[in-house]
Unconditional design. Structure first.
Length: 237
């Protein structure tokens, strides 16, 4: 819709749909990957979502380069996003359902069938045993919204919300949105600056991908936030 917008309201409506999709898609995709991944590589596979995001940002940077020279090229940037969205929709039709979700719904036989597709027949029993053990002790299938703030889940909700908030407040959005303006004022061509930012983001994601299950989550979070707080002059913000 954004690609064919003729006025401001058409653009805003298109952005509303895109924003809704981006709000739903990434967290659901991350949860799906975590639930279908074996435990010993779950961190690595989960990092693939971030790696894909970095590759998408790099692709968007290169696709957007002609926008300064070619009038109306910004519409092509929007049309280009249709291809990966269509591929995702198509391939998800052939993907397995989450065994965790099926098991929680009392569909144990379906969960076994999905595990067989994912892991192979010899590993189904052990996978089901681990799944049954992880689900044991859950008194309720659903959690009330109020329980997220004062119940037994409040600490997890607080830590998760704080991490996401601090990640965004660390400045990554400002870097991506305003890097062209900042680097241009410093005499650096915006194209070169954007490529450098994208490459740095990609390299960081690759490092997390290969070290997630070796160094641990906590060590990587401490290192990443420490790096975000350190500016180019060698001083903390």
């Amino acid at each position: 819709m954004s690609a064919t917008a003729k006025n401001l309201w058409g653009m805003l409506l298109g952005r509303l749909f895109v924003g809704t999709g981006m709000g739903i898609g990434p967290p659901v995709a991350a949860l799906y990957v975590a639930e279908v991944s074996p435990a010993y590589v779950r961190g690595t596979y989960g990092s693939c979502s971030q790696l894909a995001t970095c590759l998408g940002l790099m692709g968007a940077l290169f696709i957007g380069f002609p926008a300064k020279q070619i009038e109306g090229w910004w519409r092509m940037c929007f049309w280009a996003s249709v291809a990966p969205a269509a591929l995702l929709t198509l391939f998800m039709e052939f993907s397995v359902e989450s065994p965790h979700w099926l098991f929680k719904r009392g569909r144990g036989a379906d969960a076994e069938a999905e595990f067989e597709k994912l892991l192979g027949g010899p590993y189904v029993k052990s996978a089901m045993a681990k799944l049954s053990k992880s689900q044991r002790g859950d008194e309720a299938d659903t959690v009330k919204l109020s329980e997220l703030f004062y119940g037994r889940h409040r600490k997890v909700v607080f830590m998760g919300s704080s991490l996401f908030a601090l990640q965004q407040l660390s400045g990554i959005n400002a870097v991506f949105y305003f890097s062209s303006t900042v680097f241009k004022s410093a005499g650096v061509p915006s194209e070169s600056a954007n490529i450098c930012v994208g490459i740095a983001n990609l390299l960081g994601s690759l490092f997390a991908l290969v070290s997630m299950d070796k160094l641990g989550r906590k060590a990587l979070l401490i290192a990443s936030f420490s790096g975000s707080g350190y500016d180019y002059s060698g001083n903390f913000r």
